[in-house]
Design a protein around this ligand. Sequence first.
Ligand code: ZN
Length: 149
Amino acid sequence: MALRKIRTEGDDILRKKSKYVSEITDNVKILVEDMIETMNEANGAGLAAPQVGILKRVVVIDVGDGPFEMINPEIIESRGEVEAYEGCLSVPGKSGKVIRPEYVKAKATNLKGEEFIIEGENLLARAICHELDHLEGRLFIDIAEIIEE
Ligand code: ZN
């Protein structure tokens, strides 16, 4: 495992759309391991591959129950609205008030190549939405109502 460099706002790669992962190769496995290590080291709740310079549809999330990976994640259901402050490892020193769904149901593939469904509320729902936005080249500062430094 190795720490990867976290790209920050202003880096073009954060604005690009990530590509679908068609096969779980050793490179994808190493990427996930490195992303989990990098997220933990930075005390983040989530990290998306473009944040470490890789345009692949891979995210890792840890909202306190241990890390897990989502490959080719897709939101299939959401409801409710919650407004709360969030931040991003790629936008250091800033936080913003963002409206996100209260509940999200998503599907993704894990490193074993198995498809799974995850349901999340509040913090987990927020983390899933935030990380999936990265795969589309979106940052929370694009949709935040208030940004504080
Ligand atoms: Zn982020």
